[in-house]
Design a protein around this ligand. Sequence first.
Ligand code: 13P
Length: 264
Amino acid sequence: MSRKPIIAGNWKMNLLQSDAKALFDEISSYVSNYTAVQLPSVVIAPVFTSLNQVHSIHCDCGCGGDKLAVAAQNCHWETSGAYTGELSVEMLKDAGCSYIIIGHSERRQYFSETDEMINKKAKAILAGGLIPIICCGETLEQREAGSTDVHIASQIRAALAGISSEDIAKSVIAYEPIWAIGTGKSCDADEANRVIKMIRSVVSEIAGASAADSIRILYGGSVKPSTIEEQMSKSDIDGALIGGASLKAESFIDIIDKTMKVSV
Ligand code: 13P
């Protein structure tokens, strides 16, 4: 089956509301030139305080799709209660999000997010009718020790535990080797494709061949306009989760543009 590519910009902890609005306006003016059928699924993930500056853009061609969708960068798994500083899935849906990024290595590293928490978040997101973008990735030490596949497979099994095949099929996974994030050193496209194929085979074991065929698996880590074409030409890479290059309209739009050319 052919999977619709996703180009997702993770703005991380950047941009004040006025900057977020200016960037959103440039991206939105670009996507307005196309239909949702022509575009990849374009997703942007601003900080919580800028969610009011961006919005999803529905296609008016009758296809029922979105030209642009909004993601949150984190959530809590409970629906409400005494969790100071946290936001529930329902609150993020209310603020216009249709995707939520979970398990990013920066959250695992700096905020002690565990596999168990990521699994609870994934379940809460799917129960709330949103789509989780579940991140996984190995450190340089793990790669050099030859334990990349074992580590990634264990992250994926833990994140997807107890989730139905139907829900797994509509989820998104992002393979982001930690040593490639923000370093300018993107993972070799063939190697990224090999790891993503391995992730797909783990999904197949857990949820069956049909879910493995449907789930979209992205690559993230120093993706730039100069790397995207080769990445998108690989059999199992279904798109990109982009940090630095998503903060400038020119490079993010260039990445979307090149993705459209490779995927048609
Ligand atoms: P960079 O594209 O800046 O390497 O960041 C990748 C990332 O962490 C996206 O979530």
